[in-house]
Design a protein around this ligand. Structure first.
Ligand code: PLP
Length: 387
C-alpha cells in the first residue's frame, strides 16, 4: 500500500509540548505548570445562558459570520477597550477559537513561498500554521534583555524581499512580554515602508497587568494592514467553548470568510450565546480572575528568583519564563528531571523556538497553594544540582 499521508502533514514537526504530557500522565502527585489555560471554571451565568439556549432548541448553525448581536457587542467592546473600530457586518467573523482565526487569517493572505515573520520564542502553532499554508516561517529573535519585544533593529535585520506578513502576539505566550504604544510606534514605519501585513494575536490582551493593552490596529497607519485576532478562552476562562473572532478591513475579512465557510460554517451556537452573556454580564468575574492572576504572578516570580531561577517580571498573559542556564542543564534536561524528581511539570523553552533555549515556560494559572508548593519543590531541585 502506498503512503497516503501528504508530504505537508508528514513533514510537520509535532508539538514539543505533547511528549512531556504523555510522561506526566503516568505519574502521581504532579503539579502541572505546563498547560496554558485558566484553572477557573467559566463563570456560571455564562454557562447558564448557553445551557438555556440549548433547552430552547437554539441548536442550528448561525450565520457564517456569527450571531449579529455578538458581533455588535464585540465591535462596541473593542472600540471602548482598545479604540479600534470594526464594522460588525463587514469587518468581523466569529471563529472557532483564535486557533481557527489564525488558520483562516494565514491562509487568506499567504501564497506559497511568502515569508511570514514570527517572533522567537512564540506560541507553538505559529510556525506550523505558516507551513500548512505553504508559507515560510522566518524567525525574529527576541530576548529577555529587550523584555521579549520586537525591536526596530531586529525587525529590520529579519525582513527580506519575500517578507509579506508579520505575526505578532502581545502579551506573548510563552514569555509574558508586552509591546506598549511606544514599542509598536517604533516598528510601525518599518511595517509600512516594507508594505507588510500584521496578523496580531491578542488573545491575552485583557491579561495585561501594568497599564492597558494597546491593540496593533490602534496605531496610526496600521489599522488598514492588520488582521486582529482575539477570543474568549483566556480572559473569561472559556477554553473549551472554542470561541474567538477575527477583525480586518473588508477585503481580508471577505477572503477569510470564504475559507471559514468551507472549513467551519459557523462557530458553535451555544458558545456564541455564552459569548453574548460574557460581554454583557461577565466583566466583574473576569476582573476578579485577572486580579488573582496578578497576585499569583507577583508571588510566583519572586519565588522563582528567590530559589535561584532568574526571571523577568512578565507584564501580561499568565506565563513566567525563567532562565535555567545557571543550573548547568539544558531546558529539556531541566524539565524532564524536575518532572521525574520533584513531580513539577514545566515546558522546555526550546519547544517555542530556538531563542527559547535555556528557559522554561511555567503557567501560573494555578491556585496559590499549589504555586507555593511548586516553588518549594523547584527550590529543592535547584539546590540538589549544586550539592
Ligand atoms: C498565543 C495564543 N494564541 C492562540 C491560542 C489559542 O486560543 P483559542 O483557545 O482561542 O483557540 C493560544 C492558546 O494557548 C495562545 O497561547
Amino acid at each position: 500500500m502506498r503512503n497516503f499521508v501528504s508530504r505537508m502533514a508528514g513533514e510537520l514537526p509535532p508539538s514539543g509540548i505533547r511528549k512531556f504530557f504523555d510522561l506526566l500522565l503516568t505519574m502521581d502527585n504532579v503539579i502541572s505548570l505546563g498547560v496554558g489555560e485558566p484553572d477557573f471554571d467559566t463563570p456560571w451565568n455564562i454557562s447558564q445562558v448557553a445551557i438555556s439556549s440549548i433547552e430552547k432548541g437554539m441548536t442550528m448553525y448561525t450565520s457564517n459570520r456569527g450571531l449579529a448581536e455578538l458581533r455588535e457587542l464585540l465591535s462596541a467592546d473593542l472600540d471602548q477597550r482598545y479604540h479600534t473600530k470594526y464594522c460588525p457586518e463587514t469587518e468581523m467573523i466569529v471563529t472557532t477559537g483564535v486557533s481557527e482565526g489564525l488558520d483562516i487569517a494565514v491562509r487568506a493572505v499567504v501564497d506559497p513561498g511568502d515569508e511570514v515573520l514570527v517572533v522567537d520564542p512564540c506560541f507553538v502553532s505559529y510556525q506550523a500554521e505558516v507551513l500548512m499554508a505553504g508559507g515560510r516561517p522566518k524567525t525574529l529573535p527576541c530576548s529577555a534583555q529587550d523584555g521579549f519585544k520586537v525591536t526596530p533593529d531586529v525587525l529590520m535585520e529579519s525582513i527580506t524581499p519575500k517578507s509579506k506578513v508579520l505575526l505578532l502576539n502581545f502579551p506573548t505566550n510563552p514569555t509574558g512580554g508586552v509591546m506598549g504604544k511606544d514599542d509598536l510606534q517604533a516598528i510601525a514605519d518599518i511595517i509600512i515602508d516594507h508594505d507588510l501585513l500584521v496578523i496580531s494575536d491578542e488573545v491575552y490582551a485583557e491579561l495585561t497587568y501594568d497599564g492597558h493593552h494597546v491593540s496593533t490596529a490602534a496605531i496610526d497607519g496600521l489599522w488598514e494592514r492588520t488582521i486582529t485576532l482575539n477570543g474568549f478562552s483566556k480572559a473569561y476562562a472559556m477554553t473549551g467553548w472554542r470561541l474567538g473572532y477575527l477583525c480586518a478591513p473588508k477585503e481580508m475579512t471577505d477572503a477569510a470568510l470564504k475559507i471559514h465557510q468551507y472549513v467551519m460554517m459557523s462557530a458553535p451556537t451555544a458558545s456564541q450565546f455564552a459569548g453574548i452573556e460574557a460581554l454583557k454580564n461577565g466583566e466583574e468575574a473576569k476582573n476578579e480572575m485577572i486580579a488573582e492572576y496578578r497576585i499569583r504572578r507577583n508571588l510566583f516570580v519572586k519565588g522563582l528568583n528567590d530559589v535561584g531561577l532568574p526571571c523577568h517580571l512578565p507584564k501580561g498573559a499568565f506565563y513566567a519564563f525563567p532562565s535555567v542556564e545557571g543550573t548547568g542543564l539544558s531546558d529539556e534536561e531541566f524539565a524532564e528531571r524536575l518532572l521525574r524528581e520533584q513531580h513539577v511539570a514545566v515546558v522546555p523553552g526550546s519547544a517555542f523556538g530556538k531563542n527559547g533555549r535555556g528557559h522554561v515556560r511555567t503557567c501560573y494559572a494555578v491556585d496559590r497553594a499549589k504555586l507555593s508548593e511548586a516553588v518549594r519543590r523547584i527550590g529543592i531541585f535547584v539546590e540538589s544540582l549544586h550539592s
